[in-house]
Design a protein around this ligand. Sequence first.
Ligand code: IVH
Length: 690
Amino acid sequence: MIDIRNIDEENAKKQLEFLAKEIEKADIAYYQNDEPYLDDAKYDELRHLNNALEAKFPHLIREDSPSRRVGAKVKSEFKKVELNVPMLSLADIFNDDELHDFVLSIKRFLNTNEDISFSAEPKMDGLSFSAMYEKGVFVRGSTRGDGKIGEDITENLKVIKGFPLYLEGEVPEIFEVRGEVFMSKSDFLALNEANEKSNKKLFANPRNAAAGSLRQLDARITEKRNLSFVVYTWGEVSKVVWNSQEEFLEFVKGLSFPVNPYNKICKCEKDLLNSFKELIENRAQLPYDIDGIVYKVNDLELQKRLGFLTRTPRWAVAHKFPAEKAITRLNNIRIQVGRTGALTPVADLEPVNVGGVLVSHATLHNEDEIKRKDIRIGDMVVVQRAGDVIPQIIEVLFDKRDKDLEEFKFPEFCPECGAHAIREEDEAIRRCTGGLTCPQQAVERLKHFVSREAFNIEGLGDKVIEEFYKDNIIKTPFDIFTLEERNRPRDLFSFEESLGLEKREGWGTKSVGKLFEAINKSKKISLQKFIYALGIRQVGVATAYLIAKYYHNFRDFMNAMIEKDIALLISIDGIGSQMALDIVEFFKEQHNLDVIDKLIKVVEIEDFNEVINEASKLTGKTIVFTGTLTKFTRNEAKSIALSNGAKVSSSVSGATDFVVAGESAGSKLKKAEELGITVLTEDEFEEMTV
Ligand code: IVH
């Protein structure tokens, strides 16, 4: 976490830009794809940092600041639902002091010294929903979406057990209830077990399972999953017939909506603290996941006076649970070898229950981390699990250490192939120098090559790759594409034998046929996936996309790399110099070029295709923007250029076609003039676009 006390404005600006992008990415992964990659604690930390920076530099708050929106835009396939009363989020607090500040700020705002009553409710870890009833009939269901526009999940809510389609008794004509849909821990485990057996995707946690089950375009799938729900608040209502949160909960209970039995009224701050402690103690025993406790001012009159901040109510807050910990013995430190030769230490632990989950491995990050914490095999250690992340060892209990435990020595040779493992200066990671002669690196590269974001070959899972490698059936990516040929039955006089894959254990004619089908299908591949599949160090999905977008076809990219055109590569927004060096390095290796050579003969790499307007004069041109633009924002100008088929670069070089110069342009304009590059005004640029 950076220290914001001494941060200067320029740095703050950079941080805010980074945070806006990072939080948006995390939001999309979490809300739209149900596949979070940041753990909750890290995510909260980013949001906190963003808020703190904005509080310090309010004039730097960005248009696209995460503080200006809730959640993420909706997945497009769902019908949209406009939410007349927005579904908001809650501010988070993490400790007793922050709770004290929360209560105090409310008292100050209301100008009172008297105790305030709160409704304290378990914070359900599922996904929020809204359900509209008109004249007592359920008419529309929605997810939170971005808070103002949600996804239509009417049919999905209808198939949840116990979901009321009609309300009996007196209810307001327009009555929108809101709450949480979730999956119990046991239903989650059962679902994953069944999915594992049928080779389907496993969910990371009950929350993702609930989200993945509810947000199905085909409600018959939702129906097959066991989902539950509770109601905890309301949205649009024609007449509010309750005076407090407590009365609301009673009211909906009377209408047969489930409400959480642990909801509790607390009369003062001490009560709040007690209910928090009580819930933490009972957390593991609850049949569903909760990630904290929500405190809401009980009295509606007071709620109304307190009102809202931009994104959150002033009258409520979420008190999050700390990460869960346990003590166990470190049985071994195992060294794993990755695709790029990185040696990663993994802790094998005496299995221990951490907040309801059996943990037997933990990450150790790297060599320095082990040294810094002086972690030794045989130590008793504190293990922490936060959210969905891999558990971590946070400390060693030195007073429990046996006298004769030896300091851990990180291997200087690869445990898989015996080659030297070296650590470059300034690098945290030690790497095996065996390259493709290291069987483990070769296997990991193959796994990467066939993975979903790359060639996506179903049937070549990790186990199969390992076996085929061991038995000399697949040694390099190219071997995948000769598999069918090598498996063909041979005539009597042939020298080579058929591979006879169908005779292998676990295989038959049908599954082998299916595998070939999958391999053949994969031969047609998009440029970005192909680049990603190569397994170049540091080149993940996003970078591969940037490269594809920039070079459009593989030949151009490869030629530029062989000519070591680093300058151009670095000019791509999002590619730094270290990354560029790694990319060029990859193309220096003859064995990589050999594999690529063979591959491009058998696969069809599709050029990067973006819908571009061929009529534009900017198609295929490289543009640099400089100076202060007055007609557009930088991002706008960039996106106009991109959608006109141009490439946008941040530095002027011989490859630049146009420089668009705004007010007070400096060195780039000068360079353009020196190089004789056409300089455009904003108006001229606009005229060239379509
Ligand atoms: S009240 C304006 N009550 O937490 C406040 N939210 O961070 C509306 N949540 O989006 C929310 N349990 O998904 C409320 N008892 C509870 C809750 C709860 C879980 C979730 C909900 C909301 C998020 C806010």
